[in-house]
Each structure stands twice: as C-alpha cells, then as structure tokens.
Design a protein around this ligand. Structure first.
Ligand SMILES: NC(=O)c1ccc[n+]([C@@H]2O[C@H](COP(=O)([O-])OP(=O)(O)OC[C@H]3O[C@@H](n4cnc5c(N)ncnc54)[C@H](OP(=O)(O)O)[C@@H]3O)[C@@H](O)[C@H]2O)c1
Length: 319
C-alpha cells in the first residue's frame, strides 16, 4: 500500500510517501481502506518531537473509509461498513491514517452516519473527542453557561456545537468577523472578540452570574479574562500547551476554581469510549469547518499548513 511515513523525528522533510506491506488486522481489530485522513496539530508536534517506536511511523490519528477486513473475534458483518476512525497512531501503534490502509481495534472504527461524507468523518476524532471530554468529563451541562475560547478552531468549533447540542448557553470568543461567523454557525448564542478591551464586560453582559465552564485553548493569554467571567466553583478545562508565567493561586482559591488539564493521550480508555460515543451520537449534525485538501503525496505541505495555523480543517485525500 501507499503510506506517508517517517523514520526519525524532525521537520516535515522527514516525511516520505512510499510503498509498504499492507497491514493485517490482529484479533479484535479491523482494517480500514481509508479515503480521507484528517491532519491535526498533534501530528506535526509528535513527528517533530518523538522518534518512531519501530522502524517507521505512519502519522495521523483521524480518518475515514471502509472496513475491508476483520481480525479474529470481530463480526465479519462489519466488512463494507463506512467508518470514521480515531487514535489510529496512538502511542504503541505505527499504522496512522496517512495511508491507504490502517488497522486498529474495532471500537476505534465508528459507523459514519448516513449523509456524512468521508471528509466529514476524517474531521471528527481528535478535535471533537477532545471537545466532548472538556465539556462532559464532569457530567451533563444542560442549563449551564459555557464559554468556548477560540470558537473557530477545530476543537473550539466542535465544543461550541457539542455544548449547544447538550443544552448549554454558549458564548464563544474569536479574533475577527470571519471566525466569529464560524462560531455562530456552529451554534454559539453570542460571540465576543477576545482582543476587545471590554471582552470581559461583554461576556458578563451575557452571563450576569458568570460562566460555569470554560473550554480553553490559550490559558496563559486568557486566564485574566477567564477569572473575570467565571462563576464561583467554575471549571476551566484547558487542552492546549500555552505557557503561563504565574498562577494566581489565591484568586483561583477564593473562587474555588477547578483547573482541569486535558491531554487526550492520557485520559482513560473508558473516557475515550465515552467521548467517541458522545461524538458519534451527534456526528451527522456537527458543523463543517472550511476544508483544505491535499493529496497524500503532499503530506509534508499538509503538516506545514496545520503548523502555520490554517483556518478550518486540513485533510489528505488518499488515492
Ligand atoms: N490536549 C489535547 O488532548 C489536545 C487535543 C486537540 C488539540 N490540542 C491542541 O490544541 C490546540 C488547538 O488545536 P486545534 O486543532 O483546535 O487548532 P486550530 O484549529 O488551529 O484552532 C486554534 C484556535 O485557537 C484560537 N486562539 C489562539 N489564541 C487564542 C486566544 N488567546 N484566545 C482565544 N482563541 C485563541 C485561534 O483563533 P484566533 O485566530 O481567532 O485567535 C484558532 O481558532 C493545538 O495546540 C493542539 O495541539 C490538544
């Protein structure tokens, strides 16, 4: 099969697209013939920092395609099923989604709803599951007010939609009108420009009692804003590695703030399954961000585009 791979960590120049043996599904696994792969920031970050555990690593956690083979113990009736996959290149697994085939545990290949395209499915995994976990790790959010920082980002946009779908009042932030429009179309009741001097007042105007939960992409930049709008005993669920010079411990303590740090690689299998199920339940209704397509042979350019902060989703079309 044709696969993108790298043999040592480094810049996007370590990626090549080459022929390798097609993997066979082990017991409990399925093999998926991929049509589209999603590219996420984690793909270039991992490629830059982490050496492959075996002689090569196929990058890519997310993708979508058709199950074409099953391992021992998996219902053969799954062959032919249209699926989206999550965590294909989880640590310990070399067969990421930037290839014609991947093999992975059966539960990580989830049926694509009718009406959802492979491109839709390839955008779900990492961003939507991270968003779901940040929102729902402590239970339902019905009737709560949620603030989503960066409501046009891949995780942020999914968080807006998942929060709205879960019955929350949703306030999102965005840096300009185009991004505000994306947050609004995902379901945000209000969108505030976090660069405005009076952003906290604007958010407070929509949430006079404060917001109960914040899904945060830039804790270092936004902690002051977050503390200005968070309700007592509120939760900040932060998922990006944004430097924070000082932690205002007393202010956090006085407001009884819970600061939840989320890294999807480290959450339990039960929590991952809950996130996948939560996303699957609404996958047909999740918003579609603008998409930039690259052919598989241009995987290096696709990684660079994500690293440079491309708006919307970057996808690889698999031949
Ligand atoms: N912990 C985990 O498990 C996990 C999972 C997924 C992603 N991540 C990380 O999360 C980050 C975002 O991922 P992504 O895929 O969503 O990236 P993305 O699609 O590029 O979105 C990033 C968003 O962050 C917004 N942003 C930047 N600075 C901001 C600020 N100070 N306040 C509010 N919004 C701000 C940007 O919007 P503006 O241009 O409007 O500022 C942009 O929309 C990456 O660093 C990624 O590695 C971590």
């Amino acid at each position: 099969m044709l696969a993108a791979l790298y043999r040592s960590p480094g810049g996007s120049e370590v990626l090549s697209v080459t022929d390798v043996d097609t993997p066979e599904p082990a017991p409990g696994e399925v093999r998926v013939r991929l049509h589209v792969a999603g590219v996420n920031p984690t793909d270039w970050k991992r490629r830059t920092t982490t050496a492959p555990e075996t002689d090569f690593q196929v990058p890519g956690q997310d993708g979508a395609g058709d199950i074409d083979a099953v391992g021992e113990g998996v219902d053969a009736g799954r062959i032919g099923e249209r699926v989206w996959v999550w965590f294909a290149a989880r640590p310990g697994r070399r067969w990421g989604s930037a290839a014609q085939y991947t093999v992975l545990p059966s539960r990580q290949a989830v049926r694509l709803p009718a009406g959802a395209s492979y491109a839709d499915g390839a955008g779900l995994g990492v961003p939507a599951m991270t968003a779901w976990h940040c929102l729902y790790a402590d239970g339902p959010i019905t009737g709560r007010t949620v603030l989503v920082a960066g409501g046009a980002g891949a995780v942020g946009n999914a968080a807006v939609a998942l929060a709205r779908g879960g019955g929350a009042t949703v306030i999102a932030t965005a840096s300009g009108p185009d991004k505000a429009a994306l947050a609004r179309s995902a379901g945000a009741h209000w969108v505030v420009n976090y660069r405005d001097r009076d952003a906290a007042d604007e958010i407070r105007a929509h949430a006079p009692d404060g917001v109960g939960r914040i899904v945060e992409v830039a804790l270092g930049a936004n902690l002051e804003l977050d503390l200005a709008v968070l309700a007592p005993r509120g939760v900040i669920s932060t998922y990006a590695d944004d430097a924070l010079a000082d932690l205002p411990v007393r202010r956090l303590m006085v407001a009884n703030v819970s600061l939840d740090f989320v890294l999807i690689y480290g959450i339990s299998d039960g929590a991952l399954d809950a996130a996948a199920a939560g996303v699957a339940a609404v996958a047909a209704d999740l918003p579609r961000l603008p998409v930039t397509h690259f052919p598989l042979v241009e995987v290096a350019a696709a990684h660079d585009a994500v690293q440079q902060g491309a708006l919307g989703k970057v996808l690889l079309d698999i031949p």
